[in-house]
Design a binder for this molecule. Sequence first.
Ligand SMILES: [Zn+2]
Ligand SMILES: [Zn+2]
Ligand SMILES: [Zn+2]
Length: 348
Amino acid sequence: MRLHTTPTPTRRAWTIELRPQHGGLALVCAQCSADSLLPPGASGRSAALAHLARHARTDVLPPYLRICQCHEHGCRWHHRHRGCTGPVLLVLTCEHSGRIWRLADICAACTEATPHTAAVPDTVLATSPAGPHSTLSGPGPDDGRRRIRTNSSPAEQTYVRELLGYLAAALPSEISAKARLLALQCALRTNGRSFVQLPAGLLRAMRIDRDPSPWQDLEEAHWLHRPPATSYAASRRTSVRLLDPTVLSRSLSRTKRIRAADWALRTSYNKQLRNHGADEGLAALTLRAHTHAGTVHGQDQQGRLTGMCGLPSQKLPHVLNLLTTAGFLATWRSDPGSTDLTWTLTRP
Ligand SMILES: [Zn+2]
Ligand SMILES: [Zn+2]
Ligand SMILES: [Zn+2]
């Protein structure tokens, strides 16, 4: 008797290596054998993300066929393992200080256990040339891929949380908190064709209207491009083009994204933090975005939160103490031997 064999499913895991070579940086893809020297000055990160996004859009699978690729590869991408559980997410991982980039379908449990990893949210990678049937153009309402957490939270909070996670993986670790807050606003306010217009009042509220450093940080990371200063100084709006090929948010309504951007702004520059800087503002936003919906309590992996805050891990306690003194946090705790941080906000 012949056994029916199911065809091998499409492997939804793609890896890029950025290899320094004589004459520049080469992009080497393990899947399609692409091996090309990048033009001088090109960002390896942008090229890698663009290439990975193309693979994800081409090798589409219906949600019910998507399996944890980490498990398929023997769970070698993380240390501890408690078994695969949770929805399968599309996940971006950066290894070897930005030399290796991997995009893969990974279950929520493996994602949590893998360092330098972020689930690619629906706000990102949303536009697919593959059309409405692409799994990347937005999953059905019940497929569970949208979030790792099971608690439901307001849409604004969810979008911001997902984007913070994405930016933690996609931006270089040395990018300042101020630049991360700017990147978040740009990603949420983009018109879906990678262009953003930021009103002067917004930049004043973010206290960056006279500060070139966050722009420089993001330009040096090849994350955005700002036209020359003549128009910047003269006009009431700063026009920006986003160079991160994955930040396209066409699947979400603009109104919802702007609402999320306003929520993020109110949280990170709220009155309690008036006398504090961007480090405290971004930490406050990260904690608020990860607080269980409708409560003042939160708990998450300390390493992940630190990455989203753009802080070295030893600086986190100092910033959390400042947030407590400012009245934003009621308490926070990081137990020895645990990788989790627990906190309570002063108000929901
Ligand atoms: Zn490839
Ligand atoms: Zn695994
Ligand atoms: Zn898994």
